[in-house]
Design a protein around this ligand. Structure first.
Ligand code: HMG
Ligand code: MG
Length: 284
């Protein structure tokens, strides 16, 4: 039997958060409902961040309240602090994610905190999540390059990953936020992180700015990573990472994985429909 590689769908969150024009809530719900039919186990649909910082995500609770939840699908939400955590619990997110950075410049720009401050701020969130049995995923941004600080030392990524592991994150998603990683820099980063966290608890989250996300995924597969984040239609970017283009497109990752002989469990026809919907949302 073919080995399974999971794609964690990011479109409704990472894909849409950067859109300047407010997308109607109904369209977001329709996109999630379509994605729920594609065979994903996890879909990130919400972000309980400050609506002043990311206005596009202000309707996250309405999205979670109105989607048709498919059995076996975990609907995830970003939670930068306790305020976000409380909103996510109220909205019945199935899992949450804290998000830090391996570079100080991006940490400050994205969440207005140093790396150390952010890790302190995450601690009560993870503790509160444990109390209500809510799984917590951890993101690390700028794992190879930062738009403010330049190249990121692999040891710094490993240090933050070890912290998130100790805090209790069930998986750590490694973000090439501005898509400048190469197979070499991704492999060097992974080799450092693997000293601290086994491949089974890692995910690759690669933006496709320079068109290298797919080769970076291949480099990560070679080192044992079996979960990749992607967004249908290649939507997205990060509002606090200048030049960050979309996540790598789910369809492209799916095709790559299938061509390499992996099983993804995804329905390609549904993916095409969702990608079409996502592109139409961007077009207006
Ligand atoms: P701050 O201004 O330092 O926070 O922002 P604060 O605690 O001083 O609060 C300021 C105001 O925000 C207050 O309201 C709070 O109530 C409110 P005011 O009194 O002024 O009216 N506030 C909130 N409101 C709703 N929900 C909340 C919340 N928290 C505070 N949770 C903060 C700090 C972290 C909140 C802010 O910087 C923020 O929201 N940042 C989020 C930025 C973001 O969403 N970036 C994109 C997601 S990360 C990403 O895309 C990367 C990733 O994909 C991986 C990769 O690609 O690398 C994950
Ligand atoms: Mg991202």
């Amino acid at each position: 039997m073919a080995e399974f590689v999971e794609i964690f769908e990011m479109g409704p969150r990472d894909g849409l958060q950067n859109e300047k024009r407010q997308i109607p809530t109904e369209k977001k719900i329709a996109l999630v409902d379509c994605l729920s039919q594609a065979g994903f186990k996890r879909i990130e649909v919400a972000s309980f961040v400050s609506p002043k910082w990311v206005p596009q995500m202000a309707d996250s609770a309405q999205v979670l309240a109105n989607i048709k939840r498919a059995p076996g699908v975990s609907y995830a939400a970003l939670t930068p602090n306790m305020q976000g955590f409380n909103r996510a619990v109220m909205a019945q997110a199935d899992e949450i994610a804290i998000f830090g950075s391996a570079s100080e410049g991006f940490s400050k720009a994205n969440i207005n905190a140093t790396i150390a401050e952010s890790l302190e701020r995450f601690a009560p969130v993870v503790e509160a999540a444990k109390d209500v049995d809510l799984p917590v995923r951890g993101y690390i941004s700028c794992v190879t390059d930062c738009p403010y600080d330049g190249p990121t030392p692999p040891e710094k990524v490993a240090e933050v990953a070890a912290h998130l592991r100790d805090a209790g994150c069930y998986e750590i998603s490694l973000g090439d936020t501005i898509g400048q990683g190469t197979p070499e820099s991704i492999a060097a980063m992974l080799e450092a992180v693997l000293q601290e966290v086994p491949a089974a608890k890692l995910a690759g989250h690669y933006h496709d700015t320079a068109g290298r996300a797919l080769v970076n995924i291949e480099a990560s597969l070679a080192l044992g990573v079996r979960v990749f984040d992607a967004a249908v239609g290649g939507l997205g970017g990060c509002p606090y990472a200048p030049g960050a283009k979309g996540n790598v497109a789910t369809e492209a990752v799916n095709d790559l994985l299938v061509s390499l002989g992996y099983e993804t469990g995804l329905d390609r026809t549904v993916l095409d429909t969702a990608a079409e919907m996502a592109r139409a949302m961007r077009a207006g």
